[in-house]
Design a protein around this ligand. Structure first.
Ligand SMILES: [Zn+2]
Length: 117
């Protein structure tokens, strides 16, 4: 899981701070969550219907994601995750990492092009 933890933490180097603490729409901190790459954070189940860009992660996977993002690195060794969830979480973090950076590079490219005029 170390690679994934580093990836999550690395995103901030790209100017992306994934919002994992609370729902990006209403700020709710407890409940069932999913992740939206476009919105750059978690959304609570109240907004599953209105956010098309959500990843459709299992609640447990988003929970692991939030734990990884929020827990201080030195305490991450203490979390136990079963193999299946681990695998799924690994896949979703890879995707978040890749697509978030992609999105940011595109935005940057767009802004760079705008400067030409
Ligand atoms: Zn919400």
């Amino acid at each position: 899981m170390i690679t994934q933890i580093v990836q999550m933490k690395m995103l901030s180097a790209y100017g992306v701070e994934p919002e994992l603490r609370h729902c990006v729409i209403c700020g709710k901190e407890k409940g069932i969550f999913d992740y939206s790459i476009k919105l750059g954070g978690v959304i609570c189940s109240d907004h599953f219907g209105v956010v098309n860009s959500r990843m459709h992660l299992k609640p447990k996977e988003t929970a692991v994601l939030r734990t990884i993002g929020l827990l201080p690195t030195d305490r991450l060794g203490t979390i136990t995750i079963n193999e299946e969830t681990k695998k799924a979480t690994r896949k979703s973090i890879d995707r978040i990492y890749r697509e978030t950076i992609d999105l940011n590079l595109k935005t940057k490219k767009f802004l760079d092009e705008l400067k030409l005029f």
